[in-house]
Each structure stands twice: as C-alpha cells, then as structure tokens.
Design a protein around this ligand. Sequence first.
Ligand code: JD8
Length: 407
Amino acid sequence: MRLDVVTIFPDYLAPLDLSLIGKARRDGILDVRVHDLRDFAHDRHRSVDDSPFGGGAGMVMTPGPWAAALDHVVASGPTEDAVVPHLVVPGPGGVPFTQALARRLAAEPWLAFACGRYEGIDERVYEHAQERMPVTVVSLGDYVLNGGEVAVLAMVEAVGRLLPGVVGNAESLVEESHEGGLLEYPVYTRPARWEDGGILREVPPVLLSGDHAAIAAWRHEQRVARTAARRPDLLPASATTGALEDLDVRVAVPADAAELLVLQRACWVREGLAARGRWVVPPLAEEHADVVAGLGEWTTWVARVRSGEGAPARLVGAVRGRPSPGDPATWEVGRLMVAPDLQGRGLGRALLELAESHAPEGTTGYRLTTGVLEDGNQRFYRRAGYRIAPGEPTYPGAVDLVKRRRR
Ligand code: JD8
C-alpha cells in the first residue's frame, strides 16, 4: 500500500518510522512518503496561511500550495494498482473514523492524507481535489485537535496493522475490541500470584485450568460484561435480545425503587408530553414512596447489565405482574420498561415473556394497560398477541389490552 502525507510538520510523522509500521515500511509492505507543504509555497516566506475572509480568529491555509502539493502527489503516481490516491482529510467535522472505515481504507492500494492546521484549509482546495480523486473528510473523534497530524498517525497505524504481514499473528486481530462489536477481555501474564505491596493479586483460576472451552466462555462473558458496562451502545442485538441470561434479573427490593422511579419517568416522559395535561400518566405522577408501595402490591423484576470490574450494574429494564385484584384468573402485567437507549433490541419482549411466565396455575389470560396515543407500544403488544379490551380503560388516556393464556 502507498501512503502519501502532506503536512507543514513532517517531523510529526516520525513515529511512523517506529515499531510495526516502521518494520512494514522496511519490509516493503507500506510505502509511506511525507511531503512538506512549504515546498510548494514559492513566496519569500514560503507562507501557507492568510487571514480569513469574513473576519474571525486565526488564519486559514491558502489554496495555492495545497493544490500544487496534491497535484504533485497525484503526478508522482500511478501505482501499479491505482491511478490516483483516495485523499483522506482529517477534520473535526468529518465522518467518524471507526474500525469498519479502517478496514475499508486498508483495502485501497493508495491513500493520501492532507494535514490541515490553523483554522483549516481554504474550502476551494476540497473542490480542486474532488475534481481529481476521491476525497473523504474523516474525524478521529468528538474533541478538537490543533491539526491533522495526530489523526493521520492514528489512521495510518489502524489501517497499516490490518495489512497482511504487518501484525505477526493475524489471529490476534480477530479477538480485538471493535472487531465483532464487543470490547476485549481482561488479559493476564506471569506471575499467577502477584505480591503487590502486601496485596496478593491472583489471576482468575479459569485461566490456569487448561480448559479451553471454559476459558473461551469466561472470556466471552467478560467481553459482554465489559461492553455492557462501558459501551452499551456497542452491544450487538444478540446481547440483549431475549437473552436475559446476559442480564442480572432479580425480583426488585425497596433499594431498587429510586432507580425504578428514574427509569419509569424516562420511559413515560414522551407519553406525558403527548397528554399535554389532558390526563394523568400514573408512572409520572408517582413519587419514591409510591414505587416502594408498588413493590408490595406487585411482583416486580428488575434487569441490570452484569457490569465489568467495579462499575455499578445499570438498571436497564423492569416489569411487574400480579393476579388482577378483581379477577384472580387474570394475570395483570405492568410497568414494562426498557432504558430508551436500549429499546428496539428485544429486551422488552423478553421481559414481557418473563412476567407472563410467572402467572400462576389457573391463570386464563393476561391484561395490561398502555397509553392510548402510544401506537408503537400498542403495535408491540399486538405482535405479542394482545388485543384491545372491550369496555372502559383502567384510566383516562389509556387503552387496556388482553390476551388469552394458551395452554
Ligand atoms: C484537522 C486544523 C484545528 C479545527 C479550529 C482548532 C480530526 N477529531 C479531530 N479534532 N480536531 C481535528 C482536526 C483539527 C484541525 C485540523 C483535524 C486542521 N485543525 C482547527 C477547527 C477549529 N482549529 C480532528 N481528524
């Protein structure tokens, strides 16, 4: 793969001489060429910036040197596999740089990187470049750097290490974070028993067992737990879809009431807004004491993400059930809630089935209530076999749904 980098700070890219990327260059796997933008600035001061049109702080990089530098790079090709490079321009407003993007770029024979500085590069340079080669503006992350060089160092390493022959055992590329969505498992090496200033720290025994199946299972569990604790947004659907075993599900106790109150307010706020004061939405009208009282009148289950080291286990879902006060053959289900950021992954369905499964012998049907304006919820319950109940709903602004219990 050929990589060209244009910058006003060539020394910033010196780390690419080191370690695996440095070796890959010496092994001819990577052909990295760094160009000094000032070599393409031909005024007395070799200036590459000027004050911004329209005013404002800082300076903007002028188009002339950039156009000349990029044309020089293109003209110094083609490589045997590409006529022009794919130009990657780091910028805080770019598309997020991810492992998936790194994999896509690693499949390209020729990449060029334009490192901006100051307040950025004159916008016409992007037009100039787009007329000659593919251009992608890429951001390393949602924070502000002073220039593109650091981003290029990270991108070249993330892309370069994916090329065959760069990382010794390609096997290790497989089980990494962001490959397959789960974070990596904790790693240990000798000594198995570490004397740390009077504290004996031991390696998890399973890792010393030689039982590879048990080790693989433990490592997967650690990856799910860590991901759930640190990056629930990465959790593949499978991790929360119906897979309650990935979660810590228990019968709620008064100590859970505070978090339950927070979760129910978060899950019913949209319904509350829709009501616009026309009716009371009970979960929003409750205080902590009401939630505690509810734990006495219903059996409530809480689902927590089994968190990794030390991180508190997050309450991500709940549901409750009880024999209907007026008709014990009917099992009432209520307060089904899933943290808004985890909805749509099947956890709600799993919790509904959990509550239904606890209906006692003799139960002939289920009954629950949801918001009359909550079309999504009503569709969800219909998909679970519920139908609108005849007659007046349990409370204003609601609709009751019932389902016969199948034997
Ligand atoms: C390129 C100039 C500095 C940015 C005024 C600060 C990437 N994730 C990222 N954060 N910041 C950058 C980045 C910042 C750059 C340049 C990349 C060129 N600056 C500018 C706009 C606000 N100064 C980045 N990738």
